[in-house]
Write a protein that binds this ligand. Structure first.
Ligand code: 13P
Ligand code: SF4
Length: 350
């Protein structure tokens, strides 16, 4: 067992316990009382007692170390509400990464997100609390695969989802996220556009786009598990329930939904409509994070966990800040072409 790839867990824990007061205590509860107020209806007090010393230590340490914590919407509530300075979907995190003043970015999310932050901030230190936090989409394709697709579809532009490695971004013409995929695809010249690596996202985009879309057959292990039958069963069991889905879901699942959007788009929809009952067809922690803010909305919770996102914990965030690990490096020759693909997307969205 490791706290991150470099450090055996027992040794790291001993070092953290010697450096910070990590025992549950009334003092830690008092110091984090304002944060607990925001999550009390989703995190029981005994659980918060265990989180509080870590939340306090992380919030103090990030100031001392001139660090900012960027957290994806799939982080657990004690991270999302407890220590994040900026939270959002992949696009928001990529944009925010270009605006931060701090010298160190701690990316609470998966590895491709940390790479994106590094690509946009090569002079800054970017840390990820566990570099093994991967993504089934990012690992499904290589730069050589992108080149093979270009040979099969000469002249077609390659639009790659941000859920890709730096080398795949560098081999692509432009990136997209779930928030802007149709806009990016429609903005490409030519009749045909190649989308990588998410086959379902590409098919969902193809339904809305003016272009002919061809795609790579990658899939998200969290979203591909949802089925149309499951969605129909939610509706049958919960009359009047609002169903909102992420576009990484299968097209037949998206067809059953009342709304489809990026993780932040889904959150905004629930904030705006405040349905009596809603099912968010996406990763587990999203419902927890929004429920903390909207106690009047009842969440039906199919719980599909992203095992990669769940590698990030309060303990390894503290370790990351304390030890300066694991630092994310992107090979020099990839930074410029990968940044171009991300910046083209940001410019188009702006
Ligand atoms: P968003 O960009 O919508 O947050 O999606 C990222 C992701 O990994 C969803 O599975
Ligand atoms: Fe990748 Fe899916 Fe996990 Fe998002 S939820 S990081 S797409 S495996």
């Amino acid at each position: 067992m490791f706290i991150n790839a470099d450090m055996p867990i027992k040794a790291a824990r001993a070092e953290l316990e010697a450096a910070y007061d990590l025992e549950p205590s009334a003092a830690a509860m008092k110091d984090t009382a304002d944060i607990y107020e925001r999550v009390r209806h989703i995190i029981p007090e005994p659980d918060w007692m265990l989180h509080a010393p870590y939340v306090r230590a992380i919030n103090r340490l990030k100031k001392e170390k001139d660090a900012v914590i960027l957290a994806h919407n799939y982080m657990t509530p004690e991270i999302f509400h407890g220590v994040a300075d900026v939270s959002g979907d992949s696009l928001q995190l990529a944009i925010e990464a270009t605006k931060v003043d701090q010298q160190t970015i701690v990316q609470c999310g998966v590895h491709f997100m940390a790479e994106t932050s590094k690509i946009l901030n090569p002079e800054k230190t970017v840390l990820i609390p566990d570099a093994r936090a991967g993504c089934s989409l990012a690992s499904s394709i290589t730069a050589a695969d992108v080149e093979a697709l270009r040979r099969q579809h000469p002249g077609a532009k390659v639009v790659s989802y941000v859920n890709t490695t730096a080398e795949v971004k560098a081999a692509s013409d432009i990136c997209c996220t779930s928030a802007n995929a149709v806009q990016v695809v429609d903005a490409q010249p030519g009749d045909t556009v190649i989308m990588t690596p998410d086959g379902y996202l590409a098919q969902n985009v193809a339904r809305l786009s003016r272009k002919r879309v061809v795609w790579w057959d990658g899939a998200c292990i969290v979203h591909e598990r949802f089925t149309a039958e499951e969605i129909r069963a939610f509706r049958e069991d919960n009359p009047g329930v609002a169903v909102i889905a992420h576009p990484e879901c299968r097209p037949e699942v998206v067809a059953e939904a009342d709304f489809t959007g990026s993780t932040s788009g889904m959150i905004a929809w629930v904030r705006r409509h405040k349905p009596a009952k809603v099912v968010m067809v996406t990763e587990c922690s999203m419902s927890d994070n929004v429920a903390a803010e909207l106690p009047e909305v009842e969440f039906v919770r199919p719980c599909n966990i992203c095992p990669h996102m769940k590698r990030i914990t309060l303990e390894n965030i503290l370790w990351s800040l304390h030890s300066g690990t694991e630092e994310v490096a992107v090979p020099e020759h990839l930074i410029e072409p990968a940044r171009r693909a991300v910046e083209r997307m940001i410019a188009l969205t702006a």
